[in-house]
Design a protein around this ligand. Sequence first.
Ligand SMILES: *Cc1c(COP(=O)(O)O)cnc(C)c1O
Length: 446
Amino acid sequence: MNLLRQIPQVSKLLEIYRKKYPEGLAKRAIKEVLQRVREEVKEGRREHLEDLTELIEKRIRELSTTSLRRVINATGVVINTNLGRSVMSKEVAEFIKEIALHYSNLEYDLEGGGRGSRLSHLEELLLEMTGAEGVHVVNNNAGAVYLVLNTLAFGKEVVVSRGELVEIGGSFRIPDIMRASGARLVEVGTTNRTRLSDYERAISPETALLMKVHRSNFYMEGFVEEVRVEELLSLELPLYYDLGSGSLLNLRELGIRTQEPSFVECIKKGIPVVSGSGDKLLGGPQAGIILGKGELILKMKKNPMSRALRVDKLTLAGLEMTLRLYREGEYEKIPTLRMLTQKTDELKKRARKLIRKLRDVKSLELFLIRDFSRCGGGAMPELLLETYCVGLRHKRLSTPELERLLRKGEPPVVARIREDMLLLDMRTLTEEDLRDLAKVFIKLED
Ligand SMILES: *Cc1c(COP(=O)(O)O)cnc(C)c1O
């Protein structure tokens, strides 16, 4: 009981901590720790107060850490949905900051002095770059799919191949979004094969739309058949193609061996409506980009749901700057594209550099490992990108233990395990990450 009386008063401790930390935060941490300590003493689980300072400092640190944090992505999955999908470039981030810190002409026409449209900032760029007649931008591609179906097929039928009734992570399933939009799904073909005649037979006076969905997170091989876009267009019904990733480039031009369709190709083929994400292969902020025939896009813009799905000014800023980088051909400034096209010997050099930096961490065994990274984010699932990793084994900890420890690092590091080794894939690390990685490991030593 004597120990209870030795516990200092909150106000006493606050005198010490409020010089170093915000008062409210310090007070909360002190109160929480003292209460815990008091309980422990009462229950006989504590016989000293020596670690009081340490406990309070730790609690202050915990309370001042934000929930959303920067993470070092060493998984090699470039568009890592769980880790925030695409990283944005400095140019893009700085422009977002500029717009965040000031008023802007978001919906104000500086020429005429009257009301303007928030999409005007993107329209010209997107039309010029894709050759489309009309453009609409909403909060994300799931919102785009909803808006297209709700606008063009409410109460009507939409024909989709059974091989394209996909589920994307986070509970987005084509049949479910179709139902929510008020359109009726008509499935045709089988899982692995769908023919033009399947579509032909399904078309009725109730059909409003044919829909094609890009298989973004899986691929089919073997006894498969699907109907080419050109053939679907011959059926003379509006066709909507959900591209998923929605690249603005033909990625084959950058040396990426993929069949991923681009916005430009689709518009050129005459597809009346296409949509895709802003933060997958495009490498910008989260957004849903819809392109297509002028009159169809106009109908979507007039749908009241457009207001509910509209993009905010920070997204617009991020997207405008990203599109400008594309227009100027500055692809290396878009981290997603840069990471996807990195040369293997650059990655190897980087791995060697990290190994040199980590050499002083005596508890680690280090290996140079050749492996494959993936694009991720529901894009190019078939693509294996040759890469180099730093393989780690800890002299005392098991690999799962090491993985857990790094995940709780400052900043947290997320890596992948292969057999009994932890791999840090060089592909998804920025220069800043490389510097910080060394610090994380040095801290682990003590
Ligand atoms: C990712 C994806 C979506 C959803 O896009 P979000 O931008 O994540 O909302 C829809 N359809 C396909 C085919 C996708 O790959």
